[in-house]
Ligand binder design. Structure first.
Ligand code: ZN
Length: 155
């Protein structure tokens, strides 16, 4: 791996998994969904506070899992904050495509360049199907929470 990419990998996976952002249960959360990935043992709950305009005012999560699932959840909560339901859905679809397609459509109009790089680092799991579920778990849960479902499945 090139040094730049290795540094970025460290930053994204290690930093976000050791000190996950928004690792809490906001008292005013009005949407939530569980995510479970039995293959790896990842379990988390995503909490969203959706305001009257349908915008995600706050996003957070709690749970336990591998470094990739936690890092991805941490990054997800940062990225969906302030997004409309449609934008959050587009981000979910876009990140899912990044993790599963060899030639995914660009996500660039939804996230800043530096965040896009982090998503690309996480999408390196593409080569490992079990890890794809770790990386997308929190995103599935966010999507389920927005849709009003109580539980997300990665199946
Ligand atoms: Zn995992």
């Amino acid at each position: 791996m090139f040094d730049d990419l290795r540094d970025l990998y460290q930053e994204v996976i290690l930093d976000h998994s050791k000190r996950p952002r928004n690792f809490r249960h906001p008292p005013d959360a009005n949407h939530q969904a569980k995510g479970e990935n039995p293959l790896c043992g990842d379990r988390l709950i995503v909490y969203l506070t959706v305001d009257g305009d349908g915008r995600i005012a706050d996003a957070a999560f709690l749970g336990n899992g591998c470094a990739i699932s936690k890092a991805s959840a941490s990054l997800m909560t940062e990225l969906v904050k302030g997004k409309s339901a449609a934008e959050a859905k587009a981000l979910f679809t876009g990140f899912h495509d990044l993790c599963t397609c060899d030639d995914p459509p660009p996500l660039s109009d939804l996230v800043r360049e530096e965040d896009l790089e982090k998503l690309h680092v996480l999408s390196g799991v593409r080569q490992f199907p079990v890890r794809v579920k770790c990386a997308t778990l929190a995103w599935h849960a966010m999507d389920a929470a927005m849709a009003g479902a109580a539980k997300a499945s990665t199946e």
